[in-house]
Design a protein around this ligand. Structure first.
Ligand code: ZN
Length: 307
């Protein structure tokens, strides 16, 4: 399976009515069908620009995405673990980047969004929320954050560690019953210029719990020359430390300027080819390109079809 764990392509509804064909974007449905089997679509809301209540805006954007995808042949949302066994369609997983839209009535809103297809929650973006501290604010999980973890575990919603603080990730690893994804990150041991990089200790803890770290393609976060070689170094480092079953790709497509050789999912074959050329074994490549995430989701997502 070929999987990408993070894009911000949903933001392009500001410009387009449909995400079906957008040649200048990093992802559109047309290319998704050809180059990926599963793509995580994050809904991130700009609190400063959003003139209305975030829960209302989240609902509006999620509805746009649902209507748009329902009109596309061969595309479907990933809701149940059984869908991963023999996927007939290419799949999209709806993710919430920063849990502000859950608001005060968060249990109720979480349930509503879940019923409509939400399957991943990141407790914070760059700001602290009622649930957790971010990598910029610091601070661990709050009491409500612990409750959120419990709710997500029970419902089969995957938790994302991408923007939470080091302390909050320690808390989440301690209290979550399910493995956790870090959907777009880099290895601090390779480049530590960035507050969102993940250190060896937390990579190991994430993996021991069955989780996956997905490496992003943003040049300044990768450090070095910020090129495909440097991207490969992060992937190889993570594989050497925690094993390929715990490493994946989270491009951050349409969320930032990316490594030129990787800007767009049509370039994913470059990742495969270069890692292979640099000596990665085929079995490890299959994990990194998506097998690791498929296995994670088979453990976390709810059972849906037929029971
Ligand atoms: Zn992000």
């Amino acid at each position: 399976m070929r999987v990408d764990c993070h894009c911000d392509t949903v933001m392009l509804y500001e410009k387009y009515q449909s995400l079906a064909c957008m040649p200048e974007a990093h992802i559109d449905y047309q290319r998704l069908r050809e180059h990926l089997d599963l793509s995580f679509f994050a809904i991130w809301l700009d609190q400063e620009k959003c003139g209305k209540e975030l829960s209302v805006e989240f609902q509006r954007v999620q509805d746009l995405l649902r209507e748009d995808v329902s009109r596309q042949a061969g595309l479907d949302f990933l809701l149940w673990r059984e869908q991963l066994d023999a996927p007939a369609d290419k799949l999209i997983l709806i993710a919430m980047e920063g849990a502000e839209p859950l608001g005060e009535n968060w249990q109720e809103n979480l349930k509503t969004y879940y019923e409509q297809g939400l399957r991943l929650v990141g407790p914070t973006w760059n700001y602290a929320t009622r649930f957790a501290g971010s990598n910029l604010s610091g601070g661990g999980l709050t009491e409500q954050g612990r409750e959120l973890v419990e709710h997500c575990n029970r419902m089969g919603i995957l938790l994302d560690a991408a923007h939470i603080s080091e302390e909050a990730l320690d808390d989440m690893l301690a209290c979550s019953r399910a493995p956790i994804l870090d959907s777009h990150t880099v290895c601090a041991a390779v480049c530590d210029d960035w507050a969102r990089s993940i250190n060896d200790r937390q990579l190991i803890a994430l993996a021991e719990k069955g989780g996956v770290a997905a490496i992003t393609m943003v040049p300044q976060f990768l450090g070095g020359a910020g090129d495909l070689e440097q991207f490969c170094r992060h992937v190889e480092y993570a594989v050497s430390l925690i094993g390929s079953a715990h490493v994946a790709i989270g491009g951050d497509y349409d969320g930032a300027d990316l490594v030129p050789e990787l800007a767009g999912i049509q370039q994913l074959p470059n990742v495969y080819a270069r890692l292979r050329q640099r000596g990665m074994a085929e079995a490890d490549l299959q994990q990194v390109m998506g097998g690791s995430v498929a296995s994670l989701l088979k453990q976390v997502l709810p059972k849906g079809l037929g029971d």
